[in-house]
Design a protein around this ligand. Structure first.
Ligand SMILES: NC(=O)c1ccc[n+]([C@@H]2O[C@H](COP(=O)([O-])OP(=O)(O)OC[C@H]3O[C@@H](n4cnc5c(N)ncnc54)[C@H](OP(=O)(O)O)[C@@H]3O)[C@@H](O)[C@H]2O)c1
Length: 274
């Protein structure tokens, strides 16, 4: 489907739903007049309408679905049953349902749909806002390669996309979904280090963020192992190795590994979909 014939309904226009819709429209992948967003509260509806975006209340989820080919489900896990109940009267086997709901399996979504509905789970992160998400996709029982290709093309407008088996979805939440928050903690702490050493706070924050971006770009563009890049910039007897020794002494590696593991286990426990 090209831009001219892709009709999209975002069911749940909160932080992620809005960011995804914006990325798709900004990239030209979805035309604004073919986009509908649904939300629960009147204030959320009004916020879209003043921007000229077609928005409907959750009670009209079925209307939004009837008019769309692709549905992006972006509600909270505990709102999923209600949303599927509202959508069900209009669901068709030629719909593609893309769910970004954390921890809810494709099998559970197919069961709630009550028909052989093509379902794809997607795990984006908040960097969708700047088209730098790391999104993991997996297909359900009725999703074809063509459905995955379509979903991939949509999420590519918002950053990197990996397609994996569904058993990896909780780990992709623990790493890719929760990862930005871990990095914000690291950035906050690095900037504080600069402040402690006398740098102005705004400068320190910008330098920290650019350092992270530059290091990440080096890994992505070269495909090299981070340890080899680290070795290259660590002069024997220099100042970097002292800082690295301090990071190791304070347990940075195990803290980050534990954080990803803990968030992965929590993602699996939200609905018990493992
Ligand atoms: N935030 C992240 O970084 C992130 C990353 C990956 C995945 N996720 C997942 O994405 C989902 C959404 O997260 P979020 O952070 O965007 O949450 P959010 O900002 O709270 O947005 C949820 C939205 O769903 C709407 N809603 C609730 N029930 C609805 C229904 N029955 N029909 C239509 N709309 C309904 C709400 O409407 P109102 O605005 O009117 O309340 C709200 O706009 C969650 O499952 C989350 O786990 C989030």
């Amino acid at each position: 489907m090209n831009r001219d014939d892709l009709t999209l309904a975002v069911i749940g226009g909160g932080k992620m739903g809005a960011a995804l819709a914006e990325a798709l429209v900004a990239s030209g992948r979805v035309a604004l007049h073919r986009l509908t967003i649904t939300v629960r509260h009147p204030a959320s509806l009004e916020a879209y309408r003043v921007k000229g975006i077609r928005a409907l209340p959750a009670a009209e989820n079925a209307t939004a679905a009837r008019e769309a080919a692709v549905l992006i489900l972006a509600v909270h896990p505990d709102e999923t049953v209600d949303a599927l109940d509202q959508l069900r009267p209009s669901l068709r086997e030629d719909h593609l349902l893309i769910s970004i709901v954390t921890g809810v399996s494709t099998a559970r979504l197919e069961g709630m749909a009550g028909m052989p509905l093509p379902v794809i789970r997607a795990n984006p992160n908040i960097a969708v806002l700047v088209a730098e998400s790391a999104t993991v996709l997996c297909g359900g029982r009725f999703a074809t390669e063509a459905h995955l290709a379509l979903a991939r093309s949509l999420f590519l407008t918002a950053g990197l996309v990996e397609v994996l088996d569904e058993r990896h979805m909780n780990a992709s939440t623990g790493l890719g979904g929760c990862g930005p928050a871990f990095i914000f903690k690291i950035l906050e702490a690095m900037a504080e280090g600069g402040v402690k050493m006398g740098l102005p706070r705004d400068v320190s924050q910008r330098i920290s963020a650019q350092v992270l971006k530059g290091a990440a770009e080096l890994v992505l563009r070269t495909g090299r192992h981070p340890a080899s890049l680290k070795d290259e910039v660590t002069t024997p007897g220099g100042c970097t190795i002292d800082g690295i020794a301090k990071l190791q002494e304070r347990g940075i590696s195990i803290a980050l590994i534990d954080a990803v593991e803990t968030s992965t286990r929590k993602a699996g426990a939200l609905w018990g979909d493992g």
